[in-house]
Design a protein around this ligand. Structure first.
Ligand code: N1C
Length: 256
Protein backbone atom coordinates (compact mmCIF):
# COMPACT_ATOMS: atom_id res chain seq x y z
CA UNK A 1 0.00 0.00 0.00
CA UNK A 2 2.77 2.41 0.97
CA UNK A 3 4.61 1.66 -2.24
CA UNK A 4 1.49 2.49 -4.25
CA UNK A 5 0.87 5.73 -2.35
CA UNK A 6 4.52 6.68 -2.77
CA UNK A 7 4.35 6.00 -6.51
CA UNK A 8 1.17 8.06 -6.87
CA UNK A 9 2.71 10.99 -4.98
CA UNK A 10 5.85 10.91 -7.12
CA UNK A 11 3.76 10.70 -10.27
CA UNK A 12 1.64 13.67 -9.16
CA UNK A 13 4.70 15.75 -8.36
CA UNK A 14 6.27 14.99 -11.71
CA UNK A 15 3.17 15.66 -13.79
CA UNK A 16 2.52 18.82 -11.84
CA UNK A 17 6.06 19.99 -12.50
CA UNK A 18 5.59 19.47 -16.21
CA UNK A 19 2.33 21.39 -16.19
CA UNK A 20 3.98 24.24 -14.39
CA UNK A 21 6.66 24.68 -17.03
CA UNK A 22 4.36 24.31 -20.03
CA UNK A 23 1.69 26.50 -18.43
CA UNK A 24 4.24 29.20 -17.79
CA UNK A 25 5.48 28.87 -21.37
CA UNK A 26 1.97 29.24 -22.79
CA UNK A 27 0.95 32.09 -20.52
CA UNK A 28 4.10 34.10 -21.31
CA UNK A 29 3.49 33.42 -25.00
CA UNK A 30 -0.06 34.78 -24.66
CA UNK A 31 0.98 37.88 -22.73
CA UNK A 32 3.77 38.71 -25.22
CA UNK A 33 1.36 39.80 -27.93
CA UNK A 34 -2.38 40.24 -27.78
CA UNK A 35 -2.97 38.39 -31.05
CA UNK A 36 -1.04 35.26 -30.01
CA UNK A 37 -3.74 32.67 -29.42
CA UNK A 38 -3.64 29.53 -27.30
CA UNK A 39 -3.41 27.13 -30.21
CA UNK A 40 -0.45 28.98 -31.77
CA UNK A 41 1.33 29.04 -28.41
CA UNK A 42 0.68 25.34 -27.91
CA UNK A 43 2.10 24.58 -31.34
CA UNK A 44 5.23 26.50 -30.47
CA UNK A 45 5.57 24.63 -27.20
CA UNK A 46 5.20 21.31 -28.99
CA UNK A 47 7.97 22.13 -31.48
CA UNK A 48 10.12 23.54 -28.64
CA UNK A 49 9.80 20.31 -26.61
CA UNK A 50 10.87 18.17 -29.54
CA UNK A 51 14.37 19.69 -29.26
CA UNK A 52 15.20 18.00 -25.95
CA UNK A 53 12.47 15.60 -24.86
CA UNK A 54 13.62 12.04 -24.17
CA UNK A 55 17.26 12.96 -24.75
CA UNK A 56 20.12 12.64 -22.29
CA UNK A 57 20.40 15.93 -20.39
CA UNK A 58 23.75 16.92 -21.87
CA UNK A 59 23.09 15.83 -25.43
CA UNK A 60 21.07 18.65 -26.97
CA UNK A 61 22.58 20.58 -29.88
CA UNK A 62 21.89 23.97 -31.41
CA UNK A 63 20.51 22.20 -34.50
CA UNK A 64 17.88 20.48 -32.37
CA UNK A 65 16.20 23.89 -32.16
CA UNK A 66 16.23 24.52 -35.95
CA UNK A 67 12.51 23.69 -36.39
CA UNK A 68 11.61 26.01 -33.54
CA UNK A 69 13.67 28.88 -34.98
CA UNK A 70 12.10 28.38 -38.41
CA UNK A 71 8.63 28.39 -36.91
CA UNK A 72 9.08 31.63 -34.96
CA UNK A 73 10.80 34.21 -37.18
CA UNK A 74 11.77 37.62 -35.84
CA UNK A 75 9.75 40.67 -36.81
CA UNK A 76 11.55 43.54 -35.03
CA UNK A 77 13.41 46.17 -37.14
CA UNK A 78 16.79 44.56 -37.92
CA UNK A 79 18.63 47.91 -37.78
CA UNK A 80 17.70 48.34 -34.10
CA UNK A 81 19.57 45.36 -32.71
CA UNK A 82 21.20 45.46 -29.28
CA UNK A 83 23.59 42.71 -28.19
CA UNK A 84 25.16 42.51 -24.72
CA UNK A 85 27.52 40.57 -22.51
CA UNK A 86 27.74 40.74 -18.70
CA UNK A 87 25.36 43.72 -18.62
CA UNK A 88 22.10 41.78 -18.37
CA UNK A 89 20.27 44.00 -15.86
CA UNK A 90 21.49 47.35 -17.24
CA UNK A 91 20.91 46.66 -20.94
CA UNK A 92 17.32 45.62 -20.31
CA UNK A 93 16.71 48.68 -18.19
CA UNK A 94 18.13 50.85 -20.99
CA UNK A 95 16.06 49.26 -23.75
CA UNK A 96 12.79 48.97 -21.79
CA UNK A 97 10.07 51.14 -23.32
CA UNK A 98 6.38 50.98 -24.11
CA UNK A 99 5.60 49.03 -27.24
CA UNK A 100 4.80 52.05 -29.45
CA UNK A 101 8.05 53.85 -28.50
CA UNK A 102 10.35 50.86 -28.69
CA UNK A 103 13.43 51.63 -30.79
CA UNK A 104 16.10 49.17 -29.62
CA UNK A 105 15.64 45.40 -29.33
CA UNK A 106 17.45 42.68 -27.39
CA UNK A 107 16.82 38.97 -27.81
CA UNK A 108 14.62 39.10 -24.69
CA UNK A 109 12.26 41.42 -26.60
CA UNK A 110 11.53 38.68 -29.13
CA UNK A 111 8.90 36.02 -28.49
CA UNK A 112 11.18 33.08 -27.64
CA UNK A 113 13.67 35.21 -25.71
CA UNK A 114 10.81 36.68 -23.70
CA UNK A 115 9.26 33.31 -22.89
CA UNK A 116 12.50 31.56 -21.95
CA UNK A 117 14.38 34.34 -20.16
CA UNK A 118 15.32 33.15 -16.65
CA UNK A 119 13.87 29.69 -17.26
CA UNK A 120 15.66 26.35 -16.84
CA UNK A 121 14.49 23.15 -18.46
CA UNK A 122 15.66 19.74 -19.61
CA UNK A 123 14.49 16.33 -20.70
CA UNK A 124 15.67 12.91 -19.57
CA UNK A 125 16.48 9.80 -21.53
CA UNK A 126 13.47 7.50 -21.52
CA UNK A 127 11.01 10.18 -20.33
CA UNK A 128 8.62 12.32 -22.33
CA UNK A 129 8.51 15.08 -19.76
CA UNK A 130 9.99 18.53 -19.32
CA UNK A 131 11.80 19.03 -16.02
CA UNK A 132 12.47 22.46 -14.59
CA UNK A 133 14.75 21.42 -11.80
CA UNK A 134 17.56 18.92 -11.40
CA UNK A 135 18.87 19.97 -14.83
CA UNK A 136 22.67 19.80 -15.17
CA UNK A 137 24.51 22.83 -16.55
CA UNK A 138 26.64 21.32 -19.30
CA UNK A 139 27.96 22.51 -22.68
CA UNK A 140 25.19 20.75 -24.62
CA UNK A 141 22.35 21.31 -22.17
CA UNK A 142 18.87 22.14 -23.45
CA UNK A 143 19.22 25.66 -22.04
CA UNK A 144 22.67 26.51 -23.41
CA UNK A 145 21.94 25.11 -26.83
CA UNK A 146 18.73 27.09 -26.96
CA UNK A 147 20.52 30.39 -26.22
CA UNK A 148 23.28 29.54 -28.68
CA UNK A 149 20.73 28.77 -31.35
CA UNK A 150 18.52 31.82 -30.71
CA UNK A 151 21.58 34.11 -30.41
CA UNK A 152 22.91 32.82 -33.74
CA UNK A 153 19.59 33.60 -35.44
CA UNK A 154 19.34 36.97 -33.73
CA UNK A 155 22.82 38.05 -34.88
CA UNK A 156 22.23 36.78 -38.42
CA UNK A 157 19.05 38.83 -38.59
CA UNK A 158 20.82 42.07 -37.55
CA UNK A 159 21.51 44.84 -40.08
CA UNK A 160 22.77 48.43 -40.30
CA UNK A 161 24.40 49.74 -37.14
CA UNK A 162 24.49 47.10 -34.43
CA UNK A 163 25.17 48.00 -30.80
CA UNK A 164 26.67 45.81 -28.09
CA UNK A 165 26.73 46.78 -24.42
CA UNK A 166 29.84 45.39 -22.70
CA UNK A 167 31.12 45.77 -19.15
CA UNK A 168 34.18 47.85 -18.23
CA UNK A 169 34.26 46.06 -14.88
CA UNK A 170 35.46 42.92 -16.66
CA UNK A 171 39.13 42.42 -17.38
CA UNK A 172 38.03 41.01 -20.72
CA UNK A 173 34.82 42.77 -21.79
CA UNK A 174 35.03 40.61 -24.93
CA UNK A 175 35.20 37.31 -23.09
CA UNK A 176 36.04 34.49 -25.50
CA UNK A 177 33.67 32.12 -23.66
CA UNK A 178 30.67 34.44 -23.86
CA UNK A 179 27.78 33.90 -26.24
CA UNK A 180 28.58 37.25 -27.81
CA UNK A 181 32.14 36.12 -28.67
CA UNK A 182 31.44 32.45 -29.46
CA UNK A 183 28.19 32.80 -31.37
CA UNK A 184 27.10 36.32 -32.26
CA UNK A 185 30.05 38.41 -33.46
CA UNK A 186 31.00 36.05 -36.28
CA UNK A 187 27.44 36.04 -37.56
CA UNK A 188 27.36 39.80 -38.15
CA UNK A 189 27.85 39.99 -41.92
CA UNK A 190 28.81 42.83 -44.20
CA UNK A 191 27.10 44.35 -46.23
CA UNK A 192 23.95 43.81 -44.11
CA UNK A 193 25.77 45.06 -41.06
CA UNK A 194 27.67 48.33 -41.62
CA UNK A 195 28.99 49.06 -38.18
CA UNK A 196 29.37 47.65 -34.66
CA UNK A 197 29.11 50.21 -31.83
CA UNK A 198 30.54 49.07 -28.53
CA UNK A 199 29.08 50.78 -25.48
CA UNK A 200 31.56 50.05 -22.72
CA UNK A 201 29.86 50.64 -19.39
CA UNK A 202 32.10 52.35 -16.85
CA UNK A 203 31.49 52.74 -13.12
CA UNK A 204 33.40 52.73 -9.89
CA UNK A 205 35.28 49.53 -10.60
CA UNK A 206 36.88 50.11 -14.01
CA UNK A 207 39.41 47.54 -15.08
CA UNK A 208 39.23 48.10 -18.82
CA UNK A 209 38.59 50.89 -21.31
CA UNK A 210 38.20 51.32 -25.06
CA UNK A 211 42.00 51.17 -25.48
CA UNK A 212 42.16 47.57 -24.17
CA UNK A 213 43.85 45.00 -26.42
CA UNK A 214 40.93 42.74 -25.72
CA UNK A 215 38.74 45.15 -27.73
CA UNK A 216 41.20 46.59 -30.23
CA UNK A 217 42.81 43.27 -31.06
CA UNK A 218 40.70 40.29 -29.96
CA UNK A 219 37.26 41.72 -30.73
CA UNK A 220 38.29 43.37 -33.98
CA UNK A 221 39.94 40.17 -35.16
CA UNK A 222 36.68 38.29 -34.67
CA UNK A 223 34.67 40.96 -36.51
CA UNK A 224 34.19 40.84 -40.31
CA UNK A 225 36.91 43.25 -41.50
CA UNK A 226 34.48 45.21 -43.70
CA UNK A 227 32.30 46.13 -40.74
CA UNK A 228 33.20 49.50 -39.20
CA UNK A 229 33.88 49.62 -35.48
CA UNK A 230 33.53 52.22 -32.74
CA UNK A 231 33.81 52.16 -28.96
CA UNK A 232 32.37 54.61 -26.44
CA UNK A 233 32.94 54.58 -22.70
CA UNK A 234 29.67 55.53 -21.02
CA UNK A 235 29.21 55.87 -17.25
CA UNK A 236 26.58 53.55 -15.83
CA UNK A 237 24.84 56.55 -14.25
CA UNK A 238 24.39 58.12 -17.70
CA UNK A 239 22.86 54.92 -19.04
CA UNK A 240 20.42 54.85 -16.11
CA UNK A 241 19.44 58.47 -16.80
CA UNK A 242 18.84 57.64 -20.45
CA UNK A 243 16.50 54.80 -19.50
CA UNK A 244 14.09 57.11 -17.74
CA UNK A 245 14.24 60.18 -19.99
CA UNK A 246 14.26 58.73 -23.45
CA UNK A 247 11.04 59.71 -25.20
CA UNK A 248 12.75 61.57 -28.00
CA UNK A 249 15.77 59.48 -29.01
CA UNK A 250 15.77 56.97 -31.81
CA UNK A 251 17.69 53.70 -31.93
CA UNK A 252 20.13 52.04 -29.55
CA UNK A 253 22.74 54.78 -29.00
CA UNK A 254 21.00 58.13 -29.44
CA UNK A 255 20.69 59.14 -25.81
CA UNK A 256 24.25 58.21 -24.95
O1 N1C B 1 27.16 34.89 -22.82
P1 N1C B 1 26.74 36.30 -23.05
O2 N1C B 1 26.39 37.05 -21.75
O3 N1C B 1 27.69 37.13 -23.86
O4 N1C B 1 25.33 36.29 -23.83
C1 N1C B 1 24.66 37.46 -24.19
C2 N1C B 1 24.39 37.56 -25.68
C3 N1C B 1 23.37 38.66 -25.93
O5 N1C B 1 23.83 39.53 -26.96
C4 N1C B 1 22.07 37.95 -26.30
O6 N1C B 1 21.67 38.24 -27.64
O7 N1C B 1 23.79 36.37 -26.15
C5 N1C B 1 22.36 36.46 -26.19
N1 N1C B 1 21.83 35.80 -24.95
C6 N1C B 1 20.61 36.14 -24.38
O8 N1C B 1 19.83 36.94 -24.92
C7 N1C B 1 20.29 35.58 -23.09
N2 N1C B 1 19.25 35.77 -22.24
C8 N1C B 1 19.50 35.06 -21.15
C9 N1C B 1 22.62 34.83 -24.33
N3 N1C B 1 22.33 34.32 -23.15
C10 N1C B 1 21.18 34.69 -22.50
N4 N1C B 1 20.66 34.40 -21.30
C11 N1C B 1 21.30 33.61 -20.23
O9 N1C B 1 22.40 34.42 -19.75
C12 N1C B 1 21.91 32.30 -20.69
O10 N1C B 1 21.66 31.34 -19.69
C13 N1C B 1 23.39 32.57 -20.81
O11 N1C B 1 24.21 31.49 -20.44
C14 N1C B 1 23.66 33.78 -19.91
C15 N1C B 1 24.65 34.66 -20.68
O12 N1C B 1 25.00 35.82 -19.98
P2 N1C B 1 26.37 36.60 -20.23
O13 N1C B 1 27.55 35.70 -19.95
O14 N1C B 1 26.30 37.88 -19.45
Amino acid sequence: VFAVIFAVVIWKVLSNQQQTFSRRFISKCLEYKKDNNESYCQQIFHVFEKAYIGKPMCNVTMEDYDDLMAMVPFDHPCHQTMLWSKTNELVHKYTAKDEDKKDCFTLEDTLLGYILNDERWCGKKGSNETFDNGCDDCANSAVRSFWDSASAEFAEYACGNVTVMLSGSEEKPFNPFSTFARVEIKRLKHPFVKKLNVILVTGNKNVSNCAADNLNIDLQKALDSNILYSCNEVPESRIRECSSSSDTDVGCVACL
